[in-house]
Design a protein around this ligand. Structure first.
Ligand SMILES: Nc1ncnc2c1ncn2[C@@H]1O[C@H](COP(=O)(O)OP(=O)(O)OP(=O)(O)O)[C@@H](O)[C@H]1O
Ligand SMILES: [Mg+2]
Length: 258
């Protein structure tokens, strides 16, 4: 027997279809992007400067809209009527943590989203404590975010998003400006989470370490979609899209994720 309603676990976390977008000044940044990310997948979004990565990310929770095509998150179309629900489901960690931390204490910053969504009292406290514990920042709950180091603020920014229990976690350059230990610790955190991840990064070893699959966005279209290791070993593809591995780095020498 067939059913018109798809089984929930079969619905992808993200379905981008024919997405095209021009900025108000007329500059077209996306030319028909198709991308499906299954539930629980970790996918790296690679591509040169100006490829359209951030433009694509900003469509995932409706910050940008009005172009052609569609975006669905767990089956729900991203449009004005359900923006509040979409923003609960899509957790975006921006490149600069200061873009999302604005409260007097870490605890209040992490509580902000869940409180706006209606959580109160002990339930809200539990949610905040859990998110801070997940990123190893429980001891910093009562500190002002602006007294923390960059790496600590990045972790708190991740906690503000985790507290919403998103369907998909989207990170724009998560490893930038982190020291090697913080970079590794963030990788451990991401690996330990049971959540769909889309990670924009120029840090190709990080993509290889964390994401089995990578997508190359170039000139506003998806130029390649496949196993990260295969992509990074394809010298012609790498050159064509201005992707470069660090000197001496051999993608074959790294164990695949999971
Ligand atoms: N507000 C804007 N108005 C007009 N054009 C814009 C605007 N923001 C971005 N663009 C253009 O859209 C294109 C895609 O930009 P986008 O920021 O999405 O690239 P990106 O892949 O995130 O690059 P990077 O790796 O440098 O972060 C670029 O050509 C850029 O100049
Ligand atoms: Mg960008």
């Amino acid at each position: 027997m067939t059913s018109a309603v798809p089984c929930t676990s079969a619905v992808p976390s993200l379905e981008v279809s024919g997405l095209a977008f021009a900025y108000p000044d007329g500059h077209q940044a996306l030319f028909g992007v198709d991308l499906t990310v299954g539930r629980g997948e970790r996918v790296a979004l690679l591509g040169p400067n100006g490829a359209g990565k951030t433009t694509l990310v900003l469509h995932l929770n409706g910050i940008l809209d009005g172009g052609a095509g569609s975006v669905r998150v767990a089956g729900l179309p991203v449009d004005k009527r359900n923006l509040a629900e979409i923003r609960r489901r899509v957790g975006i960690v921006f490149q600069d943590p200061d873009d999302q931390l604005f409260m007097p204490t870490v605890r209040e910053d992490v509580a902000f989203g869940p409180a706006a969504a209606g959580l109160r009292g002990a339930e809200l406290e539990r949610c905040v404590d859990k998110a801070l514990a997940q990123v190893g920042m429980a001891a910093f709950a009562d500190r002002p975010p602006h007294h923390l180091s960059f790496g600590q603020r990045r972790r708190v920014a991740v906690a503000t998003v985790l507290a919403m229990e998103p369907e998909i976690l989207v990170l724009d350059e998560p490893s930038s400006n982190l020291d090697p230990a913080s970079r590794r610790e963030l990788a451990d955190i991401l690996r330990s989470l049971d959540v769909t991840v889309l990670m924009v990064t120029h840090d190709l070893p990080y993509a290889l370490e964390l994401c089995e699959r990578s997508v190359v966005l170039s000139g506003g279209v998806i130029a390649e979609d496949g196993p990260t290791r295969e992509l990074l070993c394809d010298e012609e593809l790498m050159r064509a899209h201005r992707l470069e591995l660090p000197f001496g780095f051999d993608p074959r020498s790294v164990a695949v994720p999971r």
